[in-house]
Design a protein around this ligand. Structure first.
Ligand code: ADP
Ligand code: MG
Length: 233
């Protein structure tokens, strides 16, 4: 599903440059649940943003579902991004003045899906994340865990091939974090390919494979025995 080869990325600020990714190699098969770990500043978000086509590498190959991602014009890049990828962020990134339902259905508008189907699909995914009764509430009326559930429903609604989550539990307490991981595990059980960036060991062990980043390189990449979040909530 994902193949990256010898990926490099630097940031340039005036005459200074910071080499953040120094030759990253890995592959992710369909259906995997992978965590990317590393201390703050190790390049996790940089890597996830490149995988999510929000940013481009300086060097190296990235192949997503057999499509080489390189030098795409913005229109085609946007098309692939919409078709292939769903995003979940630490800070939820919901639109504050829109209801949960509208937050989930809005990306479908940009895919040209008609209103009735948008609403049906959005309700379906809100039900899936346990928020059917909260569809008309604003984000400000929801708890952190509920907001992240809305964001997960929004990411799922366009049925992406890969879900990318950047510290999805970073703003949540432990119990709520495990509830969100329980949901993510359930989505992966149904076959969705998911990458989760985290710096928390317990969260990483709720995935099936841990990729460890340090100083711009992968220093370890191991399959792990998955801890079920439901055993801890
Ligand atoms: P992580 O997500 O692991 O905390 P990041 O990928 O966000 O790490 O950042 C890696 C390094 O790159 C950090 O030192 C950070 O300050 C720097 N960095 C990230 N984004 C930018 C940017 N847009 N411009 C300059 N430096 C950046
Ligand atoms: Mg980060």
């Amino acid at each position: 599903m994902i193949k990256i080869k010898d990926l490099h990325k630097s940031y340039h600020m005036g005459s200074n440059s910071l080499h953040v990714l120094k030759g990253i190699n890995f592959e992710v098969e369909e259906g995997e649940l992978v965590s990317i770990m590393g201390s703050s500043g190790s390049g996790k978000s940089t890597l996830l943003n490149i995988l999510g086509m929000l940013d481009e590498a300086d060097e190296g190959q990235y192949i997503l579902d057999n499509v080489p991602i390189k030098n795409l014009n913005e229109k085609i890049a946007a098309k692939y991004r919409n078709e292939f990828l769903g995003f979940i962020f630490q800070s939820f990134n919901l639109i504050n003045y829109k209801s949960a339902l509208d937050n989930v259905s809005m990306p479908l508008y940009y895919k040209g899906i008609k209103r009735k189907e948008r609403t049906e699909r959005a309700m379906h995914y809100l039900e899936k994340v346990g928020l059917a009764n909260w569809s008309h509430h604003l984000p400000s009326e929801l708890s952190g865990g509920q907001k992240q559930r809305v964001a997960i429903a929004r990411a799922l609604a366009s049925d992406p091939k890969v879900l990318l989550a950047d510290e999805p539990t970073g703003a949540l307490d432990t119990k709520t974090s495990y509830e969100v991981m329980d949901l993510i595990q359930g989505i992966n059980d149904e076959g969705k390919t998911i990458l989760v960036v985290t710096h928390e060991d317990d969260i990483a062990h709720m995935t099936k494979r841990i990729v460890n980043l340090k100083d711009g390189l992968i220093i370890d990449d191991s399959k792990v025995e998955q801890v079920r979040a439901s055993a801890h909530v």
